[in-house]
Design a protein around this ligand. Structure first.
Ligand SMILES: [Zn+2]
Length: 214
C-alpha cells in the first residue's frame, strides 16, 4: 500500500505536494502550476513560501478545507480550521477517509521558526498509510514519537535541517520511504537531496521526486 500511495504523491517544488488519493490533498502550495481543485490544503505556517494566498486561490473551491495555524489563518478565507500540535481530525469521504495528527515543527539551532510560534507539521493517514509532512523544522525531540510510512523532510539547511541533520531525522523516524523537500527554490539544491540519499543508502529508502510539470 505504501508503494501505491507513493505513486500518488506529486512534488510541486519547495515544500509543496499534491496527493491524489480519493481526496485531493495539498501541502504548502507555492509557485504552483497545478490547478487540480483541492479538497484539503495543509498550510504548515505563515511564511510566504508556505502560506501563499495567491497559490491557495488557484486551487481553493467553496468547500475546500484549509488546516493551518492561527497566524496563517489571518490571511486566509473560506473553511479555515485552526489547529495546534496534539490535535487530531478526521474527514470521512465516500472514497477515502483521511485522518490527521498535528505535530510541532520548529528550529532548535536558529531563530526563524521559534517553538512558541505554533508552526506545524502534519501526519496524514490515507488508505492506512501515514504520511508525515515535517514543515520548516530542525531535528526536534518530538520526532522520536512520530510514526510514519512516508516522511517528507526538509534538507536544505539555513532555515531548516541540513541534509546531515535530516539523515538523523530519517534514522529516528524510520519510515518506509523518505522524500526530501525544501530545496531547489529559495535555498538548497538537488545536491542536498542527493547527499541526503547517499547517507541513507542501505538504511532508509529515499525517493527524490521530480517536480511536477503541468
Ligand atoms: Zn518558514
Amino acid at each position: 500500500m505504501v508503494e501505491k500511495i507513493l505513486k500518488k504523491i506529486n512534488w510541486l517544488g519547495h515544500d509543496g505536494f499534491r496527493i491524489d488519493a480519493g481526496k485531493v490533498i495539498y501541502f504548502d502550495p507555492y509557485q504552483i502550476s497545478s490547478t487540480v481543485p483541492a479538497d484539503i490544503i495543509f498550510v504548515s505556517h505563515e511564511h510566504f513560501d508556505h502560506c501563499s494566498v495567491e497559490d491557495i486561490k488557484k486551487i481553493q473551491k467553496k468547500d475546500t478545507v484549509i488546516i493551518t495555524n492561527e497566524a496563517s489563518a489571518e490571511n486566509l478565507g473560506g473553511d479555515v480550521r485552526i489547529v495546534k500540535p496534539g490535535d487530531r481530525l478526521k474527514f470521512d469521504g465516500i472514497e477515502v477517509e483521511v485522518q490527521v495528527e498535528v505535530v510541532a515543527s520548529y528550529n532548535i539551532n536558529k531563530d526563524f521558526h521559534p517553538k512558541a510560534s505554533g508552526m506545524l507539521g502534519f501526519i496524514v493517514t490515507v488508505d492506512g498509510v501515514r504520511i508525515y509532512h515535517a514543515g520548516d523544522t530542525d531535528l526536534i525531540p518530538e520526532m522520536k514519537n512520530i510514526k510514519a510510512d512516508i516522511a517528507l523532510l526538509p534538507v536544505s539547511g539555513t532555515y531548516v535541517m541540513t541534509a546531515e541533520e535530516a539523515v538523523e531525522a530519517a534514522l529516528t523516524i524510520k519510515p518506509v520511504v523518505v522524500i526530501p523537500m525544501h530545496f531547489g527554490c529559495i535555498v538548497g539544491s538537488e545536491k542536498d537531496a542527493k547527499h541526503f540519499a547517499e547517507k541513507l543508502s542501505g538504511k532508509v529508502k529515499v525517493s527524490i521526486l521530480s517536480k511536477e510539470q503541468t
